[in-house]
Design a protein around this ligand. Structure first.
Ligand SMILES: [Zn+2]
Length: 332
C-alpha cells in the first residue's frame, strides 16, 4: 500500500506518520535540524542533527530553563533507524555541521537538502552527493542570473581589497553573517597570515567552531582601542555601526554576499561587494539535482519556479512544493 512519506503542512515539512519534522520553527516532538541558522532552528522535544549543529544551537538558543529537549547527535554517512524509517545524513557544505537528510522507507528514499553549497568552503565539511528517488531541494539562488565566479577568484579579489586598504592605512571592514560567512573569510585570511579582529558576536561563534575542530589563528575580538594598522575587521552587516566598532577611525567596507550579483541595491553604504556565498548558484543546483539521480524534485525556498523549470528541461519531473502537498513514493 502506498503511504505518503512527506507532507508539507502549514509550511512545516514533515514525514507523514512518523512524527519527524524537517527544520521546524515551532516546538515539535522530533525534528531534524539541517544547520544552525536562525530560520532553521527551534526548541524541540528531540532534535536530530550533527554534533556541531547541536553545539551551535546551544550557543544560539542557550540552555532552556524548563523542558530541556533531548539531543540526538548523528554522524554523516552513518545510517540509523527511527521507527520504520532509515535516516542518513550527508554533509551539505553550507556552514559548519550543516547536513542533508535522506529518509528511506520500503526501499524508496526522499532526500532533503536544507541549505546547500556544493563548492568546497574553508570552514565547513565539503558537501556530499545524496543519491535519492525524490529530492526536496532549496532554491535560494535558483535563477539563471545567479552564476558565481569560482570561489578562489572571489577570495583573491577580497584579499586584493584588503591589501589595498591596508596599503592606504585604512581599516578593511568585511561584512559577513556571524555564523558561516564570517568564519569562512576568517579561516581564509588567518591561514594566509592576516591578523583579524571580529565583533564579539562573531567571536562567540568562532569559539564553537574552534571547539569543533576549525582553528582560527590570528583572530581576536575587537576591543575599545580599535584595530591596529595591519588588522582586518569582520563584522555582521547589521552591527557595522554598533558600539563595538567605534574604535575604528578610518574604514573601507565590503559586503560578502551572493546577492552582490544583483548589484548596488544589496550593499548600499559599502565601498565594494563580493559574491562570496555559502549557497550553491543556479548552475550548481541544477548539476546537484542531476547528480542525486532523483526522478522527481520539489523545490522549496527562493526561486522555486525558475529552478524547477530548468530541471524539467533536463528531463526531471520537477515542481515547486505546494503549501500542502502529499508525496507518494511511487516510481517516478
Ligand atoms: Zn542557512
Amino acid at each position: 500500500m502506498a503511504r505518503p512519506p512527506i507532507e508539507l503542512h502549514r509550511g512545516d515539512l514533515r514525514i507523514a506518520g512518523s512524527g519527524l519534522h524537517l527544520d521546524a520553527r515551532r516546538r515539535v516532538e522530533c525534528a531534524f535540524v539541517s544547520h544552525a541558522h536562525g530560520d532553521h532552528i527551534g526548541r524541540h522535544d528531540r532534535t536530530i542533527a550533527t554534533a556541531a549543529t547541536l553545539a551551535l544551537m546551544r550557543h544560539r538558543l542557550g540552555e532552556p530553563r524548563r523542558r530541556p529537549g533531548e539531543a540526538l547527535p548523528a554522524r554523516c554517512r552513518a545510517p540509523f533507524g527511527l521507527g520504520e524509517l532509515t535516516l542518513e545524513l550527508f554533509a551539505a557544505g553550507h556552514v559548519l555541521g550543516s547536513a542533508q537528510l535522506r529518509v528511506t522507507r520500503d526501499g524508496r528514499s526522499v532526500g532533503y537538502t536544507g541549505d546547500l553549497c556544493t563548492e568546497p568552503t574553508h570552514a565547513a565539511e565539503p558537501a556530499e552527493v545524496m543519491p535519492c528517488d525524490v529530492l526536496v531541494m532549496e532554491s535560494t539562488f535558483g535563477h539563471p542570473r545567479y552564476a558565481f565566479p569560482p570561489k578562489a577568484e572571489v577570495l583573491h579579489a577580497v584579499r586584493r581589497f584588503v591589501d589595498d586598504a591596508l596599503a592606504d592605512r585604512v581599516t578593511p571592514v568585511l561584512l559577513g553573517y556571524a555564523l558561516g560567512k564570517a568564519q569562512e573569510i576568517l579561516k581564509y585570511l588567518s591561514d594566509h597570515g592576516y591578523r583579524c579582529r571580529v565583533h564579539p558576536v562573531v567571536h562567540a561563534v568562532n569559539r564553537v567552531y574552534e571547539a569543533n575542530g576549525v582553528a582560527l589563528p590570528n583572530v581576536r575580538p575587537l576591543g575599545p582601542e580599535g584595530p591596529a594598522d595591519d588588522e582586518v575587521v569582520v563584522v555582521p552587516p547589521h552591527l557595522a555601526r554598533s558600539q563595538a566598532m567605534r574604535g575604528i577611525r578610518r574604514r573601507r567596507t565590503a559586503a560578502l554576499t551572493g546577492w552582490a550579483v544583483d548589484g548596488a541595491r544589496w550593499f548600499r553604504g559599502c565601498d565594494a561587494a563580493f559574491p562570496l556565498s555559502d549557497h550553491a548558484d543556479f548552475g550548481s543546483l541544477v548539476a546537484y539535482a542531476k547528480a542525486t539521480g532523483a526522478g522527481r524534485v520539489f523545490t522549496v525556498h527562493g526561486y522555486v519556479e525558475p529552478l524547477a523549470a530548468a530541471l524539467r528541461r533536463e528531463g526531471i519531473r520537477a515542481e515547486p512544493l505546494k503549501a500542502q502537498q502529499q508525496l507518494e513514493l511511487e516510481l517516478p
